[in-house]
Design a protein around this ligand. Structure first.
Ligand code: GLN
Length: 484
């Protein structure tokens, strides 16, 4: 069935005219209609536009054009602005917002001929680790619908795992691609800060946000990342560096690759999770990689550091939602203050309000030095730790999450416990480094993720290391029951 084929296989069939984009698009739309309701992974279906885009892709192929994504369906996280389509960011605040333009990522994938099927559910304004803070209700994990899919890009991850599309986009501010990829058993790539344009992505924490991809293999992710990445004059933090040929580097042998085992990631790691990571390390050794232990002494400070920096930035970014210009406006405001207060009070959910209040507090005159400035200093120490580690090794390896997917409702009332889910992913965001998560086994019948972190702009190396692992193992080929 087409939903089990890789992007490369789909593109070959399209090139040989054995199928058409229209046929593929119909197939995936039918899967979404049938399989999405219990998952709640997709909150906007754009069937009509998708069939029009598929027809256009078919005409481009008929006219002799080719391309690795020409006619391939995808799903966008609902944080990406999509021209003429609701862009809710999982919030009541933007429930009525029809974007008047495309994010750069959306525009690039469109011009590559990829076909958007719809928009994926997500934690409200990308704040969360379980996809339970969405205004549209929680997303459920296709491996076990009593469990969360991870967050904040939970809809994109669940949709990819359930084979509702060959790939999906996501964003990762503190782990929101890698963490849900791990909990749903797919491959997720968070590129280097600045590698992919942030233009048209609803801003959460601008110094941390980065867009990336969910796919079922590193080889598929390489094709998608190549189309997304690259300089964008519309994003002042976009880096003007050439995009390597990720696909061409996938097969490079790993002989001599120096892999660092992060001591801080293994301290206190649950035994069954640790066993899977050690099995994966053994696979890497058999492929010729060398391993050594490295330590990042300041890494244990990454969660508290992030939960000062990210709320500070979000409190500023979210001040634009005032009930005046766009988004939710309360009914019959008495005066301007009432308009602001009730529009924001009604439009934002509890977690977003908590972040805005924390962020405003750490930026306030009396506390700025003690919290925000201090956090920025620790952020630099963590970045320096990574830099020192990458003088000894080519990439770092460890778990993506402390546990497999947990029950819906289990942590939502305890923010600190929820925040600790991201203990292994946040460091890479603070340092702006690329990271990747891919499946490496199961605990309690739920997938677990292996995380690779590389130096700045080492996406090729990460994808190569992941691809070689996936050639030697078949964890990434497992599909949840009912979605094969
Ligand atoms: N879970 C983290 C948070 O709640 C990270 C979210 C993200 O990467 N967008 O902020």
């Amino acid at each position: 069935m087409p939903h089990n084929l890789s992007i490369g296989e789909l593109a070959e069939r399209l090139a040989r005219k054995e199928t058409s984009s229209t046929e593929l698009t119909r197939h995936f739309l039918a899967r979404i209609e049938r399989l999405n309701p219990p998952l709640n992974a997709i909150i906007t279906l754009t069937a009509e536009q998708a069939l029009a885009a598929a027809g256009a892709a078919d005409r481009r192929r008929a006219a002799g054009e080719s391309g690795p994504l020409l006619g391939i369906p995808l799903i966008h996280k609902d944080i990406f602005c999509t021209d003429g389509v609701r862009t809710s960011c999982g919030s009541r605040m933007l429930d009525n917002f029809i974007s008047p333009y495309d994010a750069t990522v959306v525009a690039r994938l469109k011009s590559a001929g990829a076909v958007m099927l719809g928009k994926a559910n997500m934690d409200e304004f990308a704040m969360g680790s379980s996809n339970e803070t969405s205004w549209y209700g929680p997303v459920r994990n296709p491996w076990n619908t009593a469990k969360v899919p991870g967050g904040s890009s939970g809809g994109s991850a669940a949709a990819t795992a359930a084979r509702l599309a060959p790939f999906a986009t996501g964003t990762d501010t503190g782990g929101s691609i890698r963490q849900p990829a791990a909990l749903t058993g797919v491959t997720g790539v968070k590129p280097t800060y600045g590698r992919v344009s942030r233009f048209g992505i609803v801003a959460f924490a601008s110094s941390l946000d980065q867009a990336g991809v969910f796919a079922r293999s590193a080889a598929d992710a390489a094709v998608v990342l190549a189309a997304m990445a690259g300089f964008d004059p519309l994003d002042s933090t976009s880096v003007d560096a050439p995009v390597p040929d990720y696909a061409a580097a996938l097969d490079t042998p790993l002989k001599g690759l120096k892999i660092g085992l992060l001591r801080e990631f293994f301290d206190g790691l649950e035994a069954r999770n640790a066993a899977l990571i050690h099995d994966a390390i053994a696979v890497y050794r058999s492929l010729g990689a060398e391993t050594r232990e490295v330590s990042l002494p300041n890494l244990p400070l990454s969660v508290p550091t992030y939960y000062v920096v990210a709320p500070a930035e979000c409190s500023s970014n979210l001040s634009r939602f005032d009930g005046v210009r766009f988004g939710h406006r309360c009914a019959a405001p008495k005066d301007l203050m009432d308009l602001y207060e009730r529009s924001r009070g009604e439009g934002f959910g509890a977690e977003v309000k908590r972040r805005i209040m924390t962020g405003t507090y750490v930026l306030s005159a009396g506390y700025f030095d003690a919290y925000y400035l201090k956090a920025q200093k620790v952020r630099r120490l963590i970045t320096d730790d990574f830099r020192a580690a990458f003088e000894q090794v080519d990439l770092l390896i460890g778990p993506t999450t402390p546990t497999p997917a947990f029950d819906i409702g289990a942590k939502i009332d305890d923010p600190i416990t929820m925040y600790l889910n991201d203990i292994y992913t946040i460091g890479a965001n603070l340092a702006g480094l690329p990271g990747l998560s891919m499946p490496c086994g199961f605990v309690d019948d739920l997938p677990m993720g292996l995380q690779l972190i590389g130096p700045h702009f080492a996406e090729s190396r990460l994808l190569n290391a992941a691809h070689r692992f996936q050639l030697a193992t078949d964890w990434h080929r497992r599909a949840p029951r009912g979605y094969q």
